[in-house]
Design a protein around this ligand. Structure first.
Ligand SMILES: NC(=O)c1ccc[n+]([C@@H]2O[C@H](COP(=O)([O-])OP(=O)(O)OC[C@H]3O[C@@H](n4cnc5c(N)ncnc54)[C@H](O)[C@@H]3O)[C@@H](O)[C@H]2O)c1
Length: 264
């Protein structure tokens, strides 16, 4: 079992939502945290909040789609903490819409998902994760660190209407644990660096608050526990995945029993 006490975590998207909840969980359990986010203001507020539990909190503005930013982030973590033990690339966005929307009266397509709407989601949710994980893993190997890469997929990875961009990005993330675990095994690293993904359902964060209230109510009706998953509950799962060294190469769902897949 690994201990969180003193372990160093790099969390992207750490300025809010699930990333911030994980940071809070991590420092409360004695860990050290580098929070990276594109929003400076989110980071300043997050740092203030976290410093009530620990002085071992660092922040950095980082656009995860920028290779250079991701490289600097990994270097900064090593400089400040001498190690990276948890990589949590949680920066993510949604830009929902149907691929094509025919007009109700004419039957002709009047609206399409734009190329930017598709590309920008893939850039942050997939390429940004690749860059974060690649740069941090390089430093973990070169500095002889033990720990976990914990990605965030989604129940959307199974296919949610209106989310062709988001679902595609999250489906891609769900194969990372298998591929990376096999690569680490091939290089004799799998007992030191593990990779898993979590796949949350609907979690009460800013991302979900963007869903119109009537649509959100319909979603909650499909969740057997009768409510949204709380960010702190997701953070707890990450903590368990970190501690338990037999967990590797898999995607772990956390959704309160949600019916999965697109229902049209
Ligand atoms: N909330 C949910 O229901 C839910 C469900 C499944 C998966 N997820 C995933 O969990 C992760 C966190 O989601 P959340 O709900 O906490 O979202 P959130 O919107 O609360 O937080 C996301 C954070 O990412 C940051 N970010 C956006 N673009 C960035 C970039 N280019 N570089 C660096 N940071 C950037 C934002 O500033 C924000 O602080 C995402 O990957 C999301 O897809 C969320």
């Amino acid at each position: 079992m690994l201990e969180i006490q003193n372990a160093a975590a790099v969390i992207t998207g750490g300025g809010g939502g699930i990333g911030l909840a994980l940071a809070q969980y991590w420092v409360k359990n004695g860990g050290r945290v580098l929070l990276a986010d594109i929003g400076q203001q989110f980071l300043t507020e997050a740092q203030k909040r976290l410093e009530q539990w620990s002085p071992m909190v660092r922040t950095m503005v980082c656009d995860v789609t920028d290779e250079n930013d991701c490289s600097k982030m990994a270097d900064f973590a090593i400089r400040e903490f001498g190690a990276i033990n948890l990589v949590a690339p949680f920066a993510g966005i949604i830009k929902d819409g149907l691929m094509v929307s025919p007009d109700g009266v004419t039957g002709k397509v009047t609206k399409k998902m734009s190329l930017d709407q598709f590309r920008s989601v893939l850039a942050i949710n997939l390429t940004g994760v690749f860059l974060t994980v690649r740069e941090c893993t390089e430093r973990m190997i070169n500095n002889n660190c033990k720990g976990l890469i914990c990605l965030v997929s989604s129940t959307g990875s199974l296919g949610t209407a209106g989310q062709l961009n988001y679902s595609s990005s999250k489906a891609a993330i769900s194969v990372f644990p298998k591929v990376l675990t096999a690569e680490f095994f091939r290089r004799g690293l799998a007992d030191k660096i593990r990779c898993v993904a979590i796949a949350p359902g609907y979690v009460e964060t800013a991302m979900v608050k963007k869903i119109p209230p009537a649509a959100l109510q319909k979603i909650i009706e499909q969740v057997p526990i009768g409510r949204l998953v709380q960010p702190g509950e997701v953070a707890c799962l990450v903590g368990e995945l970190y501690r338990n060294e037999s967990l590797a190469g898999e995607v772990y769902f956390i959704h309160g029993g949600l019916r999965l897949g697109s229902k049209g």
